[in-house]
Write a protein that binds this ligand. Sequence first.
Ligand code: G3P
Length: 214
Amino acid sequence: MKFFLDSANIEEIEKALDLGLVDGVTTNPSLLAAESSRWKELASEICSRVDGPVSIEVMETEAEQMILEARKLAELSRNVVVKIPMTLQGVKAVKVLSAENIPTNVTLVFSPLQALLAAKAGAAYVSPFVGRIDDTGQSGMDIVARIINIYENYGFDSRIIVASVRNPAHVLEAAETGADIVTIPYKILLKLADHPMTYQGIQTFEKAWKSARK
Ligand code: G3P
Protein backbone atom coordinates (compact mmCIF):
# COMPACT_ATOMS: atom_id res chain seq x y z
CA MET A 1 0.00 0.00 0.00
CA LYS A 2 1.29 3.45 -0.85
CA PHE A 3 1.12 6.51 1.36
CA PHE A 4 0.88 9.93 -0.25
CA LEU A 5 1.10 13.15 1.73
CA ASP A 6 -1.88 15.48 1.27
CA SER A 7 -0.03 18.76 1.63
CA ALA A 8 1.53 21.69 -0.22
CA ASN A 9 3.69 22.72 2.73
CA ILE A 10 7.39 22.24 1.94
CA GLU A 11 8.38 21.81 5.59
CA GLU A 12 5.75 19.12 6.14
CA ILE A 13 6.73 17.38 2.91
CA GLU A 14 10.43 17.38 3.89
CA LYS A 15 9.68 16.03 7.37
CA ALA A 16 7.40 13.31 6.00
CA LEU A 17 9.97 12.32 3.35
CA ASP A 18 12.56 12.12 6.09
CA LEU A 19 10.40 9.56 7.92
CA GLY A 20 10.62 7.40 4.80
CA LEU A 21 6.88 6.86 4.70
CA VAL A 22 5.87 8.95 1.71
CA ASP A 23 5.54 7.62 -1.84
CA GLY A 24 3.97 10.70 -3.44
CA VAL A 25 2.14 13.97 -2.74
CA THR A 26 -1.33 15.28 -3.50
CA THR A 27 -2.18 18.96 -3.53
CA ASN A 28 -5.37 20.83 -4.27
CA PRO A 29 -6.10 24.51 -4.96
CA SER A 30 -6.95 25.19 -1.29
CA LEU A 31 -3.71 23.62 -0.04
CA LEU A 32 -1.55 25.50 -2.59
CA ALA A 33 -3.34 28.82 -2.02
CA ALA A 34 -2.83 28.49 1.74
CA GLU A 35 0.95 28.32 1.21
CA SER A 36 1.72 30.81 -1.54
CA SER A 37 0.26 33.09 -4.21
CA ARG A 38 3.04 31.87 -6.54
CA TRP A 39 1.47 28.43 -6.74
CA LYS A 40 3.19 27.30 -9.95
CA GLU A 41 6.64 27.91 -8.46
CA LEU A 42 5.54 26.10 -5.32
CA ALA A 43 4.18 23.16 -7.33
CA SER A 44 7.50 22.89 -9.24
CA GLU A 45 9.42 23.03 -5.97
CA ILE A 46 7.32 20.19 -4.53
CA CYS A 47 7.88 18.11 -7.68
CA SER A 48 11.63 18.60 -7.44
CA ARG A 49 11.75 17.34 -3.84
CA VAL A 50 9.53 14.28 -4.29
CA ASP A 51 10.49 11.21 -6.33
CA GLY A 52 6.95 9.88 -6.66
CA PRO A 53 3.85 11.32 -8.31
CA VAL A 54 2.67 14.83 -7.35
CA SER A 55 -0.96 15.70 -8.09
CA ILE A 56 -1.71 19.27 -9.17
CA GLU A 57 -5.24 20.33 -10.02
CA VAL A 58 -6.55 22.25 -13.03
CA MET A 59 -8.74 25.28 -12.41
CA GLU A 60 -10.46 25.30 -15.81
CA THR A 61 -13.90 23.69 -16.07
CA GLU A 62 -14.43 23.14 -19.82
CA ALA A 63 -12.75 20.10 -21.40
CA GLU A 64 -10.78 21.99 -24.08
CA GLN A 65 -9.44 24.47 -21.54
CA MET A 66 -8.70 21.74 -19.00
CA ILE A 67 -6.67 19.87 -21.63
CA LEU A 68 -4.59 22.96 -22.45
CA GLU A 69 -4.01 23.67 -18.75
CA ALA A 70 -3.18 20.01 -18.06
CA ARG A 71 -0.56 19.94 -20.82
CA LYS A 72 1.11 22.99 -19.28
CA LEU A 73 1.03 21.46 -15.80
CA ALA A 74 2.53 18.23 -17.16
CA GLU A 75 5.46 20.28 -18.50
CA LEU A 76 6.33 21.48 -14.99
CA SER A 77 7.96 18.16 -14.11
CA ARG A 78 8.15 14.49 -15.13
CA ASN A 79 6.28 13.44 -11.97
CA VAL A 80 3.20 15.68 -12.31
CA VAL A 81 -0.16 13.95 -12.19
CA VAL A 82 -2.93 16.27 -13.34
CA LYS A 83 -5.90 16.37 -11.01
CA ILE A 84 -9.18 16.72 -12.88
CA PRO A 85 -12.54 17.25 -11.17
CA MET A 86 -15.15 14.53 -11.71
CA THR A 87 -17.54 16.13 -14.22
CA LEU A 88 -18.53 15.08 -17.74
CA GLN A 89 -16.17 17.79 -19.03
CA GLY A 90 -13.47 16.36 -16.77
CA VAL A 91 -14.06 12.82 -18.06
CA LYS A 92 -13.80 14.09 -21.63
CA ALA A 93 -10.49 15.77 -20.82
CA VAL A 94 -9.15 12.64 -19.08
CA LYS A 95 -9.85 10.53 -22.18
CA VAL A 96 -7.74 12.89 -24.35
CA LEU A 97 -4.97 13.27 -21.76
CA SER A 98 -4.65 9.53 -21.15
CA ALA A 99 -4.22 9.00 -24.92
CA GLU A 100 -1.34 11.49 -24.67
CA ASN A 101 0.12 9.55 -21.72
CA ILE A 102 -0.48 12.44 -19.33
CA PRO A 103 -1.43 10.77 -16.04
CA THR A 104 -4.58 12.06 -14.37
CA ASN A 105 -6.08 11.86 -10.91
CA VAL A 106 -9.86 12.24 -11.05
CA THR A 107 -10.78 14.07 -7.89
CA LEU A 108 -13.96 14.94 -5.97
CA VAL A 109 -15.31 11.41 -6.45
CA PHE A 110 -18.28 10.65 -4.21
CA SER A 111 -19.92 7.61 -5.85
CA PRO A 112 -18.97 4.24 -7.42
CA LEU A 113 -20.62 5.35 -10.66
CA GLN A 114 -18.36 8.39 -10.89
CA ALA A 115 -15.36 6.13 -10.27
CA LEU A 116 -16.52 3.82 -13.07
CA LEU A 117 -16.64 6.75 -15.54
CA ALA A 118 -13.18 7.93 -14.46
CA ALA A 119 -11.70 4.45 -15.00
CA LYS A 120 -13.40 4.09 -18.39
CA ALA A 121 -11.86 7.40 -19.46
CA GLY A 122 -8.41 6.05 -18.53
CA ALA A 123 -7.66 7.88 -15.28
CA ALA A 124 -4.39 6.75 -13.72
CA TYR A 125 -5.78 7.56 -10.25
CA VAL A 126 -9.25 8.07 -8.81
CA SER A 127 -9.80 9.89 -5.51
CA PRO A 128 -12.90 9.11 -3.45
CA PHE A 129 -13.26 11.70 -0.67
CA VAL A 130 -14.07 9.48 2.30
CA GLY A 131 -14.19 12.17 4.99
CA ARG A 132 -16.61 14.33 3.04
CA ILE A 133 -18.77 11.27 2.28
CA ASP A 134 -18.82 10.39 6.00
CA ASP A 135 -19.94 13.99 6.66
CA THR A 136 -23.12 13.31 4.68
CA GLY A 137 -24.01 10.32 6.88
CA GLN A 138 -22.94 7.71 4.29
CA SER A 139 -19.88 5.52 4.79
CA GLY A 140 -16.95 6.72 2.69
CA MET A 141 -15.21 3.38 3.05
CA ASP A 142 -18.27 1.48 1.74
CA ILE A 143 -17.98 3.57 -1.42
CA VAL A 144 -14.28 2.65 -1.65
CA ALA A 145 -15.11 -1.08 -1.29
CA ARG A 146 -17.71 -0.82 -4.06
CA ILE A 147 -15.22 0.94 -6.35
CA ILE A 148 -12.64 -1.81 -5.69
CA ASN A 149 -15.27 -4.42 -6.58
CA ILE A 150 -16.14 -2.68 -9.87
CA TYR A 151 -12.48 -2.28 -10.84
CA GLU A 152 -11.83 -5.96 -10.08
CA ASN A 153 -14.89 -7.04 -12.11
CA TYR A 154 -13.49 -5.45 -15.25
CA GLY A 155 -9.74 -5.34 -14.66
CA PHE A 156 -9.55 -1.53 -14.71
CA ASP A 157 -6.10 -0.42 -13.70
CA SER A 158 -6.94 3.02 -12.30
CA ARG A 159 -5.39 3.22 -8.81
CA ILE A 160 -7.65 4.22 -5.93
CA ILE A 161 -6.40 7.05 -3.71
CA VAL A 162 -8.43 7.28 -0.52
CA ALA A 163 -8.64 11.04 0.05
CA SER A 164 -10.23 13.48 2.51
CA VAL A 165 -8.68 11.47 5.31
CA ARG A 166 -9.62 12.89 8.69
CA ASN A 167 -8.25 10.40 11.25
CA PRO A 168 -5.95 7.38 11.67
CA ALA A 169 -8.94 5.01 11.46
CA HIS A 170 -9.47 6.13 7.87
CA VAL A 171 -5.92 4.97 7.07
CA LEU A 172 -6.47 1.60 8.77
CA GLU A 173 -9.84 1.07 7.08
CA ALA A 174 -8.39 2.02 3.68
CA ALA A 175 -5.73 -0.67 4.15
CA GLU A 176 -8.28 -3.25 5.32
CA THR A 177 -10.57 -2.43 2.41
CA GLY A 178 -7.69 -2.93 -0.03
CA ALA A 179 -7.27 0.59 -1.44
CA ASP A 180 -4.08 1.06 -3.47
CA ILE A 181 -3.11 4.38 -1.90
CA VAL A 182 -4.16 6.65 0.94
CA THR A 183 -3.32 10.35 0.91
CA ILE A 184 -2.74 11.57 4.44
CA PRO A 185 -2.53 15.06 5.97
CA TYR A 186 0.75 15.56 7.87
CA LYS A 187 -0.85 15.87 11.31
CA ILE A 188 -2.57 12.50 10.82
CA LEU A 189 0.61 10.85 9.52
CA LEU A 190 2.26 11.81 12.83
CA LYS A 191 -0.45 9.99 14.79
CA LEU A 192 -0.19 6.65 12.97
CA ALA A 193 2.54 5.23 15.20
CA ASP A 194 0.90 6.30 18.47
CA HIS A 195 -0.23 3.79 21.06
CA PRO A 196 -0.29 4.59 24.81
CA MET A 197 0.91 1.08 25.70
CA THR A 198 4.02 1.57 23.54
CA TYR A 199 4.97 4.66 25.59
CA GLN A 200 4.16 2.90 28.87
CA GLY A 201 6.27 -0.05 27.75
CA ILE A 202 9.25 2.17 26.90
CA GLN A 203 9.00 3.88 30.32
CA THR A 204 8.82 0.53 32.13
CA PHE A 205 11.88 -0.79 30.28
CA GLU A 206 13.81 2.44 30.97
CA LYS A 207 12.99 2.25 34.70
CA ALA A 208 14.04 -1.40 34.91
CA TRP A 209 17.25 -0.69 33.00
CA LYS A 210 18.20 2.27 35.21
CA SER A 211 17.45 0.51 38.51
CA ALA A 212 19.44 -2.61 37.48
CA ARG A 213 22.47 -0.39 36.79
CA LYS A 214 22.36 1.50 40.15
O1 G3P B 1 -7.33 14.87 -0.60
C1 G3P B 1 -8.41 15.74 -0.62
C2 G3P B 1 -8.38 16.54 0.61
O2 G3P B 1 -7.42 17.51 0.49
C3 G3P B 1 -9.70 17.12 0.98
O3 G3P B 1 -9.76 16.92 2.34
O4 G3P B 1 -10.51 17.31 4.62
O5 G3P B 1 -10.90 19.06 2.84
O6 G3P B 1 -12.20 16.95 2.83
P1 G3P B 1 -10.92 17.61 3.21
